[in-house]
Design a protein around this ligand. Structure first.
Ligand code: 5AD
Ligand code: SF4
Length: 432
């Protein structure tokens, strides 16, 4: 009987796509996709370590996997990804969970089928944390579960070393994929009917392959014939260029949406974070984008409680968030990541203060989001229908606003008139 694998993904969209690529690698090896852990011969946990919460969830879930393994001794368990790329964490995990057969990091995910076979052939335990910072040629084979939107890697790694962030240590140096390969992959996906292409990289603005920089890459990809839009994650405010913003405003195939993490509204904290921009240069980019596209969708990541953050620093963040008027905000409590410079900075902020600040910030954003949603009532948007919610269609606008509506066909664009708004949510109906 055909073997099958279940992959549990933690963390960001980049990890979601890594898991899609792992499913494809297993499929090429004759291993199918199990719908739930109980049905699987192989269970893979694809981990994240950006914040402590993700690590805690991995440890919790390993408790459940252990119970499964007690019932089925031939079950193969692998833990991979950012968390286990840290050698000390990998070693601790092996001691604490000796039933895990394979531990690997972020570099060798494509080799998991091969490692699994070695375990089937009698090896008891494999730990492979070798760093191979090469970027393979050709298109990335991936088993995409979503039939409307597709992720495409354009670069890997990060050289920015923000002082709070563990990513550069676990994902390695910045490296860009070949631009012809990316274009071939995007053309193939559009040809297959995908309507939303999301380009992925820790800092997409520093993409470079020979003469192709990010704006040139966007220019090439958004010139492909077809009905689709392209989004990208994540932009760094120090590197997002006016040329990119201008191109977004000119091209119908580029979604009118930018995720531009501010992290903090205090210049003193931004400098301690090693972000290399200040609030006024950030605001200049926002103002420029809005001058060309008044309705552009903007979102951001904010960290509260970075070491030495005072009430005044926090209020600067709150003010900046109110000024920008984001459509969507991802708020995080600073999480001490061992090995990063900020972890050993003096002035760590106590947990209660962090919690109190994040809840105030969430309240501020909720008011903005509700006001922005209310302002959409009566307008008609072009919406990409990408799912259902409570029997109705669910879709997104080019600005990344979510709308629940009557009518529409999954995987297709539809014009939707917004009839009402509740908190940040929009409700409407398809119109012609
Ligand atoms: N603590 C809290 N949030 C963090 N992020 C990255 N590292 C940390 C950390 N140590 C957040 C940043 C980043 C997002 C992906 O995760 O806001 O933009
Ligand atoms: Fe982390 Fe900063 Fe790189 Fe983003 S840009 S992955 S926050 S180091």
């Amino acid at each position: 009987m055909m073997k099958s694998v279940y992959i549990k993904t933690y963390g960001c969209q980049m990890n979601v796509h890594e898991s899609e690529k792992m499913y494809a690698a297993f499929a090429a090896d004759g291993v199918g996709h199990a719908e739930k852990p109980d049905d699987a011969d192989i269970i893979v946990l694809n981990t994240c370590c950006v914040r402590e919460g993700a690590e805690t969830r991995v440890i919790g879930n390993l408790g459940l996997v252990k119970k499964l393994k007690e019932r089925r001794h031939d079950l193969i368990v692998a833990v991979c990804g950012c968390m286990t790329q840290q050698p000390d964490v990998a070693e601790k995990l092996h001691k604490r969970c000796p039933f895990v057969n394979i531990i690997t990091g972020t570099y060798k995910l494509g080799k998991l089928p091969e490692m699994t076979r070695r375990i089937e052939n009698g090896e008891k335990y494999i730990c492979d944390l070798e760093k191979t910072e090469t970027t393979e040629r050709g298109i990335n084979k991936a088993e995409r579960t979503d039939k409307t939107g597709a992720f495409v890697n354009i670069m890997y790694g990060c050289d920015n070393y923000c002082t709070y962030c563990i990513v550069p240590y676990v994902k390695g140096k910045e490296r860009s994929r070949n631009s012809d390969d990316i274009e071939t992959e995007v053309r193939m996906l559009i040809g297959c009917g995908y309507k939303e292409i999301t380009l992925l990289g820790q800092n997409v603005n520093s993409y470079r392959d020979g003469n192709t920089d990010f704006v040139r890459l966007l220019d090439r990809l958004s010139s492909v014939d077809g009905d689709y839009w392209i989004k990208f994650l994540t932009s760094h405010p120090k590197d997002l260029s006016d040329d990119v913003i201008r191109l977004i405003s000119e091209r119908p195939t580029l979604a009118k949406y930018i995720h531009l993490p501010l992290q903090s509204g205090s210049d003193r904290i931004l400098s301690l974070m090693n972000r290399k921009y200040d609030l006024s240069s950030y605001m200049r980019k926002i103002d420029f984008a809005r001058s060309l596209m008044p309705d552009i969708g903007l979102s951001s990541d904010i960290i509260v409680g970075f070491p030495t953050e005072t009430e005044e620093d926090y209020l600067l963040t709150e003010n900046a968030v109110e000024r920008v008027q984001y459509n969507n905000l991802f708020t995080f409590i600073y999480s001490r990541r061992s090995g990063t410079p900020a972890a050993s900075m003096p002035g760590q902020v106590d947990e209660n203060t962090k919690k109190e600040r994040i809840s105030r910030l969430i309240d501020v954003q909720a008011k903005t989001a509700a006001a922005k949603a209310a302002a959409c009532v009566g307008r008609t948007y072009r919406v990409l229908c990408d799912g259902t919610e409570n029997g109705k269609s669910k879709g997104k606008t080019s600005e990344d606003r979510v709308i629940i509506f009557d009518g529409g066909t999954p995987g297709e664009f539809t014009n939707v008139k917004v009839l009402s708004a509740k908190n940040s949510k929009l409700y409407g109906k398809a119109v012609n």
